[in-house]
Design a protein around this ligand. Structure first.
Ligand SMILES: [Zn+2]
Length: 315
């Protein structure tokens, strides 16, 4: 009988993690090592060593591997691109791993693995359609339909972080005075070469910049310290988070209007801001093309194990 266990690797900038899941999806074993810095061959060696360890202990050598990576393979030549671990860029990672590990490999980016993990065994378990969102240093996303990742021909499904954010469509509400603020007339450049991408207004650094422009704090505050100030009652920080929730609602309305997912799971550092979940539902009503919004918005549950669990679920 075919072995129904699942094997995943999460290749991150600071750690490489491998996990074996049982047939019910529970983690049988999870092991990790530090990622060799700027050394592609050493990275391949580390992945091979982790799998050898699992194979030896659990006889898992017949299982194919799912791997989550920071970037994705180019559709032109299958070479990796957009990896913040830059030694991966330009390398045929999937081919090299298949040769080296003598097993089939499926590869997806970390936001896709996050979405898959939350859909299969996390906050959106049981939902047939899920949009997983990462709100962190960057903004990414993945779409999961019936517990399967939607992977389009260009490998960009779910990359809403680089959709343009239509700031002039923000609706003034509850005295936010959004449209009167010159702040929103600034064009923010994005590293992708465009401007006013969702990411350039909704990433952690973007929130810091908004706080800087709106509140003129003594020094630049991190997203976490803005959230803390708001939780402690600072009106300016609370107002800045309301602005953030309004922009997030505008950005998510595009997703809801397009795929109408049952659940949207928020992950990444900014998903820990409790105020977001209070402000989002009423803000969404201003932007979604429906008189009733049944899509649930929930916080991620898998924490930093989402990457490796999602990778395992690629098979
Ligand atoms: Zn962009």
């Amino acid at each position: 009988m075919a072995d129904k266990r699942k094997l995943g690797v999460d290749l991150g900038g600071s750690k490489i993690e491998a996990a074996l899941l049982g047939i019910d999806g529970t983690v049988i074993e999870r092991i990790r090592v530090a990622t060799p810095q700027d050394d592609y061959q050493a990275t391949l060696n580390s992945i091979a060593a982790l799998l050898e360890q699992l194979d030896k202990k659990h006889s898992s050598e017949s299982l194919p591997l799912g791997i989550g990576t920071p970037g994705s393979p180019s559709t032109r030549d299958n070479l990796m691109k957009n990896c913040n671990s830059t030694c991966l860029n330009g390398q045929p990672l999937k081919d090299d791993l298949e040769k080296r590990l003598k097993r089939a490999v499926r590869l997806a980016n970390d936001a896709d693995c996050f979405a898959l993990a939350e859909a299969c065994s996390g906050a959106a378990k049981g939902a047939n359609s899920v949009f997983g969102v990462i709100l962190g240093t960057g903004v990414g996303g993945g779409i999961v339909i019936n517990q399967k990742l939607l992977q389009g021909p260009s490998h960009i499904a779910g990359e809403w972080g680089h959709n343009p954010l239509a700031l002039d469509a923000l609706v003034d509400s509850e005295n936010l005075k959004l449209n009167q603020l010159s702040h929103y007339q600034n064009k923010r450049p994005c590293y992708c070469g465009r401007h006013n991408c969702v990411e350039s207004w909704l990433s952690g650094p973007a929130l810091s910049q908004s706080d800087w422009e709106l509140n003129k704090p003594a020094s630049l505050r991190s997203a976490a310290s803005i959230a803390q100030a708001a939780a402690e009652g600072e009106a300016k920080a609370q107002q800045t988070l309301k602005h953030y929730a309004e922009m997030l609602a505008l950005a998510l309305a595009n997703v809801i209007n397009t795929i109408d997912p049952e659940v949207i799971v928020l992950g990444g550092g900014l998903s820990n801001i409790d105020q977001l979940y209070e402000d989002l539902p009423s803000a969404l009503e201003r932007y979604v093309f429906s008189d009733e919004i049944l899509c649930r918005i929930v916080a991620a549950r898998q924490g930093d194990s989402a990457g490796v669990i999602g990778a395992a679920h690629l098979w």
